[in-house]
Design a protein around this ligand. Structure first.
Ligand SMILES: Cc1cc2ncn([C@H]3O[C@H](COP(=O)(O)O)[C@@H](O)[C@H]3O)c2cc1C
Ligand SMILES: O=C(O)c1cccnc1
Length: 343
């Protein structure tokens, strides 16, 4: 898979850094906001980037592994939540509205779902849910590649104008494949990266750890090959999220990672094209224990910890507010000279 991701623009970063130093504030007083504005200048190749069009892509898929009893909720909830997104009733809708981001809803592989009258849902299914990773591979290699392509075409066709893209997920059971993907790529043991997802009891938790272990024993994927990891233990939405990150990066669009499932997508993307990591921005630190392991592997330092464990792009939405703010300071503040302030 050939995806050309350009290097960060050193010229734009130098210009942004110089400007930050001349703005009407004590040097460094905007802390990490200054660093972010410089990083986003490098990503976009704009000395004063403006993050006007923010998009949060919430990608849904189902998982055969729910047959093992690894979630607290039934599989039908995935399709029901897609309808809820389309009607504006979910957590991500409220937070996307708060930060003036457009929510883009994608069905990359929800089982047997239709959305009558909900034209805003982009339906591009790789399949009707993955196969059960406790008993075999999640999908074929061709389907893993197709999932990446779904994500790439979502950006090309539905968000080509986006100045920043937040990743979001929906899929009952998807913290289980996310744990398997994270263990496979980072080398951490399943028990270190598996947690309580949407809220399971201890008996279910033990079964879930055993399922992740079994999945990785059954069909040991090549950790260096992101597509192989996706094929073996991934999910359609996880692949599509990786594809969004790769396509966004190739277009110089900053990509904001959300919680544990989007983190798994980001890990897959980084195994396919390591240069994507320059284009990834963190948002929150999820309650899921494996999220910090993903951040360590991707060398991302989260912005805040609000005890979130929802996904959907909720943390990414709040992160976008921070990145918009960072770029607004760089762009809109006056320099000492312009404002006639002594320095
Ligand atoms: C009503 C509802 C809304 C959600 N929105 C996100 N998730 C989150 O929980 C699911 C993953 O947890 P697990 O692996 O334990 O099933 C995913 O759908 C994720 O996006 C939700 C879960 C539920 C129940
Ligand atoms: O980290 C997340 O995004 C998350 C955690 C639990 C359940 N769903 C999502």
């Amino acid at each position: 898979m050939e995806i050309g991701i350009p290097p960060l623009s050193e010229t734009a970063m130098d210009q942004a850094r110089k400007r930050q130093q001349n703005l009407t504030k004590p040097p460094g007083s905007l802390g990490r906001l200054e660093t972010f504005s410089v990083e986003i200048a490098g990503i976009t190749d704009e000395p004063t980037p403006e993050l006007e069009e923010a998009v949060i892509a919430t990608v849904a898929g189902d998982h055969g592994v729910v047959a093992e009893g690894v979630s607290a909720f039934p599989q039908d909830v995935t399709a029901q939540m897609v309808a809820n997104f389309a009607h504006g009733g979910a957590g991500v809708n409220a937070l996307a509205n708060t930060v003036d981001a457009r929510n883009l809803i994608v069905d990359a592989g929800v089982a047997a779902a239709e959305y009558p009258g909900m034209d805003s849902v982009v339906v591009d299914k790789v399949g009707n849910g993955t196969d059960n990773i406790a008993t075999g591979a999640a999908m074929s290699r061709a389907d893993a590649e197709a999932a990446i392509e779904v994500g790439r075409s979502v950006v090309a066709e539905h968000a080509p104008e986006a100045d920043i893209i937040g990743l979001g997920d929906m899929g009952i059971g998807n913290t289980t494949p996310s744990a398997a993907v994270t263990a496979a790529i980072t080398g951490y043991p399943p028990e270190a990266v598996t947690d309580h997802g949407s809220g399971i009891d201890e008996e279910t938790f033990e079964r879930k750890v055993a399922v992740v272990e079994r999945a990785l024993e059954n069909d040991a994927p090549d950790p260096e090959d992101g597509i192989d990891v996706l094929r073996s233990v991934g999910g359609f939405e996880i692949g599509a999220l990786a594809g969004i990150a790769l396509e966004g990066a190739s277009r110089r669009t900053p990509i904001v990672v959300d919680g544990f499932i989007t983190g798994a997508g980001a890990l897959v993307a980084a195994q396919i094209e390591p240069a994507v990591t320059d284009y990834l921005l963190p948002s929150h630190s999820s309650v899921e224990s494996g999220h910090s392991i993903q951040h360590e592997a991707l060398r991302l330092d989260p912005l805040f910890d609000l005890d979130l464990r929802l996904g959907e792009g909720t943390g990414a939405a709040l992160g976008i507010a921070v990145y918009k703010g960072a770029c607004a300071t760089l762009r809109e503040m006056a320099t000492f000279e312009e404002a006639g302030v002594s320095n």
